[in-house]
Design a protein around this ligand. Structure first.
Ligand SMILES: [Zn+2]
Length: 364
């Protein structure tokens, strides 16, 4: 049984006009104040004053601005969800444009709010646990071993990691147009919220599996509680992912004196990259540091750092699609009424959830 069960529950009400939600909508639209002014016909001075809570917009202005931002007017009347500061900040250090980043972060918040809304009608009942004993958390490899046992994962490669994550109630949202260099972000399970992994749609299958295992590490090791600094959290999540996907006890002897050709064979069976296998060989002591360095040089020479041979199929999630499908099939929402429920326009809904939407409409 690898699918979390869905059962019905109920709906909730709204708040008063929120300048923060207004800013969030503009950030998510990717528009500057000036561009928003040109599209909506509302002066830039007015927009600035609205954002700073100094003036209220008229009903007409609200309409024009909402349609410029691809949200419903009701979006501005939702309560602001707060910053998602628990998401690792590493990507802020990368060379992303400030605008690109604020758009993406606004999308994270929109996804979070939308998922919360969707789960008002559908309650997830995970079939697999995500909580570990306190004493296991400081040791990422032991934590990964424990998860394999708790989840009943047989020895050997994990054929489909996505199915296990979804059975544990994690919603996976593939998204196009993620900023370069960001493979995934993790929206943590605070205040009873189900964790959501937003993953980059365009990464190869092996890298996606690594990313999912890494984010799962952040989750089960509870990095969102701020127990360790960011660099430690990243290292721990990587150790967790390594042990989960490539258990030392099962792979160390296989990796002894590994060559690139052998690693490529192992890649298709274990569904992890050649580079990850070689790193694992070094970290488990199956090869020396010197051997590791020479293998990595060979890998670079062959151009495998940029693009490895042997494509691993991308694992397709289905749980979030099932949640949306429940709204369309059981609750009779059309694509536009569902977008409205989420306080978005159909275009914005498609931009955020197009990859998992059972509505096969193409927005104009
Ligand atoms: Zn991370």
């Amino acid at each position: 049984m690898l699918q979390a069960q869905l059962i019905a529950s109920k709906d909730a009400p709204l708040d008063s006009f929120s300048p923060q939600m207004f800013c969030l909508a503009r950030d998510a639209s990717g528009l500057t104040q000036k561009a928003a002014s040109q599209i909506s016909g509302v002066s830039q001075g007015k927009i600035s004053k609205i954002e700073n809570g100094l003036q209220s917009p008229s009903e007409e202005q609200l309409q024009a601005l909402a349609s410029a931002f691809h949200v419903q007017v009701s979006f501005f009347y939702r309560s602001y969800p707060g910053q998602l500061d628990s998401v690792p900040k590493l990507y802020r250090k990368r060379n992303l444009g400030k605008k690109r980043l604020s758009t993406f972060q606004a999308h994270e918040l929109m996804v979070r709010q939308s998922v919360e809304k969707l789960l008002e009608a559908v309650e997830l009942q995970p079939g697999l646990p995500l909580t570990l004993d306190e004493h296991l958390r400081p040791d990422p490899e032991k934590a990964a071993e424990r998860i394999r046992i708790l989840w009943g994962i047989p020895p050997g490669p994990i054929p489909n990691l996505t199915q296990y994550l979804e059975a544990a109630g994690i919603l996976i949202l593939p998204m196009r147009d993620m900023p370069d260099g960001i493979d995934a972000v993790f929206l943590p399970p605070v205040l009873g919220f189900t964790a959501v992994f937003i993953v980059n749609q365009s990464v190869p299958g092996d890298r996606l599996r690594w990313t999912l295992a890494h984010e799962l590490g952040h989750y089960v090791l509870r990095h969102y509680e701020g127990r360790v600094d960011e660099e430690t959290a990243e290292n721990e999540a990587n150790s967790f992912a390594s042990e989960l996907l490539m258990p030392k006890a099962q792979l160390k002897s296989i990796l002894r004196n590994v060559t690139l050709a052998k690693a490529a064979q192992l890649k298709s069976r274990w569904r992890v990259s050649v580079a990850a296998l070689i790193r694992r060989a070094r970290d488990t002591g199956a090869i020396t540091n010197g051997r590791y360095t020479s293998l990595m040089c060979e890998l670079s020479r062959k151009g495998w750092r940029k693009s490895e041979p042997i494509d691993i199929p991308v694992e397709a999630p289905s749980l979030l699609e099932a949640v949306i499908r429940y709204h369309s099939n059981e609750l009779s929402y059309s694509s536009s009424s569902l977008a409205k429920l989420l306080h978005l326009t159909p275009l914005k809904f498609y931009e955020l959830f197009g990859e998992v939407s059972p509505y096969r409409f193409v927005p104009l």
